[in-house]
Design a protein around this ligand. Sequence first.
Ligand code: G3H
Ligand code: ZN
Length: 289
Amino acid sequence: MKTLKQIIKAAEKKKVAVGHFNFAEMSVLRAAVDVAEKLKVPIIMGTSESERAFMGPDQAVTLVKSLRAMGLPIFINADHTKSLERVREAAAAGYDAILFDGGSLSFEENVKLTKEVVEYVKSINPDIIVEGELGYIGSSSKLLKEVPEGAAITKEQLTTVKEAKEFVKETKVDMLAPAVGNIHGMLVNAPEPNLDLARVRAIKKAVGIPLVLHGASGNTDNDVKGAIRGGISIVHVSTEIRAAWRKALNNSLKVDEEEIAPYRILKAPREVAGEVIEKKLRVFNKLKK
Ligand code: G3H
Ligand code: ZN
C-alpha cells in the first residue's frame, strides 16, 4: 500500500485532494471508511486535541490502523495540536501526520515553535508528516452567527506569499495550511466568504509544498474545486458532518423514544454522515455525482 506521503504527492500531481474528516466516535469513522471503500479513494481521519482526549489518542490510532490493516488507504492526523506536549503524545501514539497549529500566535512565535515541533517529530520518526498553520481562521467546527473574532478575511489579513515562503523555509514543514478566506465552522444565516484563489495559486507557486485547506464546510463546490486546481492537496471538513449527524440524531431519538440500543439510534446519523462525506469526496477527487 502507498504511504500517506506518496498519496499526497499523487494527489498534487493529479490536481485532486485527499479528504480529511474529523471523528470522535465510531459512527462517523465507519461512515467515512465505507464511502472511501465504495469510491476507492484514500482518506485522512482527523482528531483535534479534544476529539482525541475523548477517545484516547492510542485508541483512535489503533482503530484507524486496524482498518488500514484490512487493506484500506485510511490515515490518521493529529489535527490542530497546540503544544509540544500534545505533539509528543501524538507522535508516541503513532499518528501518521501532525498539524501543529500556531495560527493564533505572532509570526515569530509561530515560526519558533513550529520549527521545534518539526525537529522533534523528525528526530522520533521522519515518516510522520508535519503540517504548519499560518494565519488565524477561527477555532471551532460549529454553526456560526458571524465570522469568528480575529479571523483573517480581508486581503490584508490573509496569509501573504512572503510570510508563507519564509515560514516554510525556516520551519521545514512538509505541508502548509494558509488562511485564504477559509474559516472554521459554518455561517448559518449567510454565505461563507469566498476563497481567494489567486492567493492560493501564488502561495503554492512560492512554497512548492502541498497546501491544506481547513474549514471547508460551507464553501461552494466551485470555490473548493478552484482551490484544488490552484494547489490544495488536502481538504478538511467537519462542521457539515457534525450538523447533519446531530440533526439525524435528534430525529432518531424522537422517532422512537423507547429505543435504547446505540447501534439503532446511531444508524441514521451514520448514514447522513456518509452522505455528506460522499458528496465531498466526489468533488475533491473529480468523480461524477
Ligand atoms: O480541522 C478541521 C477542519 O478544518 C474543519 O473545518 O468544521 O469548517 O469544516 P470545518
Ligand atoms: Zn482545521
